[in-house]
Design a binder for this molecule. Structure first.
Ligand code: ADP
Length: 360
């Protein structure tokens, strides 16, 4: 900047520079006593600011064996080194690398850079869990298919009645695998985007009606009444009609699946301030309070065997949540076991005067 004064290279300036980097920086002298630790280093190591005194041995401020080992190795060998893996420090995961430095021609000290990789570690765990879940979900129907194919090969093919029954079971498991792959693809597409693929004016009622039509037969067969409640006629949002319909379908599918015969499922829309709210209510089995916060997670099911038995993938509500989120909305649930559930999706509403909005 013209006219700005060049800052002097004083210890205070260097300290200010070190304080402003996001990584933790820690320097120790040849005896392993701490010369300097910037704010992020103390935060990463969980050392309360007031308790740190320079000149203390490293092990006193940070009794983390791999870190001490790293520093003493650098001091001993005079060579740069890093931890092979992040180490747990309190509730965080820390990566560290360091190098020797020589001050004033004397023996070498060590400077270590600490990076908080807790978030990365957490994401890695989520990814590993996800892969484990997907593998498990695929293995179960595959094992069943294999079992029945072998039974058919071993002679059951000649037994017409049983052969037919086994083929039906195989067909059901193939259907389960197909649903799973469809849901996984949908979820990964949704996760890869922050906005709906198309942004058009969507009148909610125009989306709900075909959805109700799609499930009318399934509801009738089960003896569940399915209705769209009046009201909320002109409510519109901006987004992707196919995705919103998919969300309504997933909610209706569940509501009918988890409502015994004689029950009732309704769908309605309301305007709440600047938001459009879509509600799918049922008089079904309900969801226990402790499971409610988790049902929108991928693969979370209250009753695993019941869900699978009904062809569920455990991904339906995760998809609904992502559809709401890419539209700038959110989801909610109130439920009482034995009484029923109300699933809600709130989306930013379009003003009623707008004829067509194109976001492209
Ligand atoms: P699934 O394919 O298993 O239905 P979802 O993600 O759609 O997966 O739902 C997750 C779980 O939430 C279900 O397994 C079920 O236990 C519970 N659930 C969803 N909707 C309802 C509902 N309307 N009534 C009772 N339980 C429900």
């Amino acid at each position: 900047m013209p006219g700005a004064q060049k800052p002097p290279r004083t210890p205070a300036t260097l300290e200010a520079i070190l304080a402003s980097v996001t990584e933790g920086v820690l320097a120790v002298d040849p005896r392993g006593e701490v010369l300097l630790a910037n704010g992020p280093a103390l935060r990463i190591l969980g050392v309360p600011a007031g308790t740190f005194g320079e000149g203390k041995p490293l092990r006193e401020i940070c009794p983390v064996a791999p870190l001490e080992g790293l520093v003493s190795g650098i001091l001993r060998d005079g060579k740069a080194a890093e931890l092979p893996d992040p180490v747990p420090v309190g509730d965080r995961f820390v990566q560290a690398s360091g190098a020797p430095f020589r001050a004033g021609g004397g023996a070498s000290g060590a400077v270590v850079v600490l990076t908080d990789v807790t978030r990365v570690k957490r994401l890695e765990t989520v990814r590993k869990d996800f892969v484990a879940n997907v593998s498990h979900e695929i293995r179960t129907p595959l094992a069943a298919i294999r079992g029945y194919v072998e039974t058919l090969q071993d002679g059951a093919l000649g037994d017409a009645a049983n052969a037919e029954r086994f083929l039906k079971i195989i067909e059901k498991h193939v259907g389960q695998l197909t649903n799973l792959v469809d849901d996984l693809l949908q979820l990964s597409r949704l996760e890869a985007t922050e906005a709906p693929p198309t942004r058009e004016r969507v009148v909610l009622r125009a989306v709900i009606e075909p959805s109700v039509g799609t499930f009318a037969e399934a509801a009738r067969k089960k003896g569940v009444s399915l209705e769209r409640l009046p009201g909320g006629e002109g409510i519109a949002v901006q987004g992707d009609a196919h995705l919103i319909e998919r969300a309504v379908n997933n909610l209706l599918d569940n509501a009918i699946k988890y409502t015994p015969g004689g029950g009732r499922v309704t769908v309605e829309t309301r305007r709440e301030g600047g938001e459009a709210r879509l509600l799918v209510s049922d008089t079904g089995i309900g969801i226990p309070a402790e499971d409610q916060p988790r049902v929108f997670e991928r693969f979370y099911r209250v009753d695993k065997s019941r869900s699978r038995e009904m062809g569920g993938t455990g991904l339906g509500l995760a998809i609904v949540k992502h559809i709401a989120q890419v539209h700038g909305g959110r989801v909610g649930l109130t439920s009482t076991p034995g009484v029923g559930s109300v699933f809600s999706v709130w989306l930013p509403a379009l003003g009623s005067g707008i004829a067509t909005v194109s976001g492209r």
